[in-house]
Structure formats: structure tokens, C-alpha cells
Design a protein around this ligand. Structure first.
Ligand code: SF4
Length: 411
């Protein structure tokens, strides 16, 4: 057996995975032994002349105390990077996760109140021209799918506003290098049609000129999203081979420079196990640097039929919930919500239970997918299909759910 007594003294822990070790034997009694095991993904054991009796219990108790302290501090002020990393690593268990969610809800209630705004969404307003598509993307996998026309978008706005909703998003695909003239034409048409009492969020791709952004602001666009999904450059390149992280970062800065609210999104479950917690934490602290950050949505990876990444396991609801909760403790002031993928798996917390809020989607309108049985969907899931469009109106269910949770809904 080689001598390894320099292991905890002289070896950079980040270099340990490259050594491809089967296990690690420490000749001392290091604190947080199980933390090393979690971090490195290999057994870490301690051989010490000190008695190891009670070591596990002592370590567990220290962890509990530390977790409680971090969560108590989180209720008083935003947490730092090390605290965020600590929370991800020490809330995998049922009780620990429940304590994290409770702290995040307390912060949400204190900072944002218990009010939820009912919103709507219109999807597929622009085609996605990325080649190739993102390998997790379920949206543009259907050959021949057309985006909604401006007339169809106006019908959708009419439907949403006729149900009392004034706040809605327009989402579509990416054209790298676009000046944004296409989305500007849509928003101008909404304005020209007389929908002045509305607030619009735009979530389309990675590019728009500053002039376009300034005109959108004049036209009551309150937020534009540049959705990174991940800020780990290697993971981004692998998952979004047709997209540009640098373009998305420049776009995010342009949105802030234009004085519009900046929104983004993260896709939980994209990173490899070894780096996922560091990646989540890096993401949260990088977006914290954007001065006009207003909203983060957390999607949950799910292997939808037809996507290239279909063999990857779904991200658990608990993991996505922990991303929501830690995000709330890092960024107490912003709106945080669940997005794509949450409904696809059962169990685990809802984003509200994990400390998310303060908006809810009551109506969603999209192009009718060509691959579904519309009669069955309309019967079983409450969809309505007409004129090539899919209308999903869940206002009643959403209102009931939030009221049961003691939240006040407003429009
Ligand atoms: S940019 Fe969006 S719509 Fe386009 S391929 Fe990627 S995930 Fe899909």
C-alpha cells in the first residue's frame, strides 16, 4: 500500500477525481467524512489511533447543528456561495430537504408576501432556427411545425385578456444574430390592436438590438429573458450545440442596459453528478451580478419522447425543489417559479412548497401539436383545440390550489 499521508494536506481536492482512485484512506480523523464521500463519489474511510466510536453520530449532530445555523442565518440575510454549496450537499435527506424548503418559504413570505399573480403564456411565436437543436429540447422536434401567425397571436391575446389576465409572456425559438425585428412586429401588432392595459414578458432566443429593446420597453414589455439553462461552458456546449453562451450573456447585459427587467432560466438535471452542485451555485451567483435581474424559472429535465437526450434519467422533483429553495435564499427579492418538466414526474415538492412564487400560469396557448389525439387530450386534460391552436385554461384549478395553500391570487 503506498503512503498516503499527504492526502488531506497536499492534494488539491479538485484534482482527486483525475487520480481515478477506488477509495481513499485517511490516516487522521477528518471532519465531515461523509461529505468527502458525497463530493468524490468514492468511499473515504478513516484509520486512526483515536477511538472512532460515536464518530458517525458526532458528525451527523455537527452537520445538523451547522445546517440549522445556516438556515437561521438565511432567514436574516441572503446566503453566500459557501453556504449555498453547503445547503446543496447537506439537504439530500428527507428531513434536511424539508428544513430547507421551510426556510425558503419563510424568506419568500417575508420578502415577497403571500400573493400570486395570475399570468398567461403564448408559445411558439417564433420558429427556432438553431442547428442543431438543443439536445434536451421537446419543442421543435415536429417536422413542418409552423409558429403562430400574428393574427393567431392576437386571438390568443384576446382570449387571455378576456379572462382578466393582464400579464402574459410570448415565447419562441432562437435565431442567432437576430436584431429582434420579428418579435418587435408582434408586440407592435398587439399594441395596434388596442391591448394597452397589458404587461408583456418576451422569451425568444439570444439576440436583439438595443434599439429593439428600447422600443419594446416603450410598448409595455416589462421583462425580456435570456435563458441560459446552464452557465457551465462545457455543459452548455454539449447540451446546446447550436447555441452561443457568449451571445446569451451579451444579450442579458443589453437587456439590463436598456433598463428592462431581465429574466433567465435554469434547467435542473443537465450537469453531471460530480459538478452539479457547483454548477447550480455558480449559476445563481453569476446571475446575481446582473443589475436588473427580476425573475428566474427553474425547469426540470425530463426525457420527453423524441428528444436526443431521451436515455438520461429525469431530474427528481426534490432536486429541482432544492434548486428553487437555494435560489430563494441567494436571491430573496426575485420571482422564482417552476417551468417545463415539473408536471411530468409525480411526487416531491411543488415550486411553491420549495419557496417559489409569485406568479402562476392560468392560461397557456400554443400551436396544436400534430402528434397528439386532440379529442382525448380535450376530454382528459381540459385542453381546447380550434383554428390550429391549443388553449389550456387551468385558471379554476390554479386558483383552487393557491387558495388551499393560503395564497392570495390577483390579476
Ligand atoms: S433554443 Fe429553445 S426552442 Fe430552440 S432548440 Fe434550444 S430549447 Fe429548443
Amino acid at each position: 500500500m503506498p503512503e498516503t499521508n499527504v492526502f488531506f494536506k497536499g492534494v488539491d481536492s479538485e484534482a482527486i477525481p483525475d487520480l481515478a482512485l477506488d477509495y481513499i484512506i485517511s490516516m487522521s480523523k477528518p471532519p465531515h467524512l461523509s461529505e468527502y464521500t458525497d463530493q468524490l463519489g468514492i468511499p473515504v474511510v478513516s484509520v486512526s489511533k483515536d477511538a472512532l466510536d460515536g464518530y458517525a453520530e458526532e458528525e451527523e449532530r455537527k452537520m445538523d447543528d451547522e445546517l440549522i445555523q445556516v438556515l437561521e442565518r438565511a432567514k436574516e440575510r441572503p446566503i453566500g456561495r459557501e453556504e449555498a454549496l453547503f445547503l446543496f450537499r447537506h439537504t439530500e435527506g428527507d428531513e434536511e430537504a424539508a428544513a430547507l424548503f421551510a426556510a425558503a418559504r419563510a424568506v419568500r413570505d417575508k420578502v415577497k408576501g403571500r400573493r400570486i399573480r395570475m399570468t398567461g403564456g403564448i408559445a411558439s411565436v417564433l420558429r427556432c432556427d438553431l442547428k442543431p437543436n438543443c439536445i434536451y429540447c421537446p419543442y421543435w422536434r415536429e417536422l413542418g411545425k409552423d409558429p403562430l401567425s400574428i393574427d393567431e397571436i392576437l386571438k390568443a391575446v384576446e382570449y387571455i385578456t378576456s379572462h382578466g389576465i393582464r400579464d402574459f409572456h410570448l415565447s419562441g425559438g432562437t435565431t442567432l444574430g437576430s436584431d429582434g425585428a420579428d418579435i418587435l412586429a408582434i408586440v407592435r401588432a398587439i399594441d395596434k390592436a388596442g391591448f394597452h392595459d397589458v404587461e408583456i414578458d418576451v422569451n425568444c432566443g439570444a439576440a436583439m438590438s438595443l434599439d429593439t429593446l428600447l422600443e419594446l420597453k416603450e410598448l409595455r414589455v416589462k421583462m425580456v429573458r435570456s435563458v441560459f439553462e446552464t452557465l457551465n461552458p462545457k455543459v452548455f456546449a454539449r447540451m446546446k450545440p447550436g447555441d452561443s453562451l457568449e451571445a446569451k450573456k451579451r444579450f442579458a447585459q443589453d437587456i439590463c442596459d436598456a433598463g428592462i427587467g431581465f429574466g433567465t432560466g435554469i434547467l435542473a438535471g443537465l450537469s453531471p453528478q460530480e459538478t452539479k452542485y457547483e454548477d447550480y451555485v455558480d449559476f445563481l451567483f453569476q446571475i446575481k451580478g446582473y443589475p436588473r435581474l427580476k425573475s428566474l424559472y427553474v425547469s426540470k429535465f425530463y426525457p420527453f419522447n423524441g428528444i436526443l437526450l431521451k436515455d438520461r434519467p429525469a431530474c427528481s422533483a426534490r432536486e429541482a425543489g432544492r434548486v428553487v429553495a437555494v435560489a430563494r435564499l441567494v436571491l430573496p427579492e426575485i420571482d422564482i417559479g417552476g417551468a417545463q418538466g415539473w408536471w411530468a414526474t409525480k411526487g416531491g415538492p411543488t415550486s411553491l412548497e420549495a419557496g417559489g412564487g409569485n406568479s402562476a400560469l392560468g392560461i397557456h396557448i400554443d400551436r396544436t401539436p400534430g402528434y397528439i389525439d386532440t379529442e382525448k387530450a380535450a376530454r382528459e386534460e381540459g385542453f381546447e383545440y380550434r383554428d390550429g391552436m391549443e388553449f389550456r385554461n387551468t385558471i379554476a384549478q390554479v386558483e383552487q390550489y393557491y387558495k388551499e395553500q393560503g395564497m392570495e391570487i390577483y390579476y
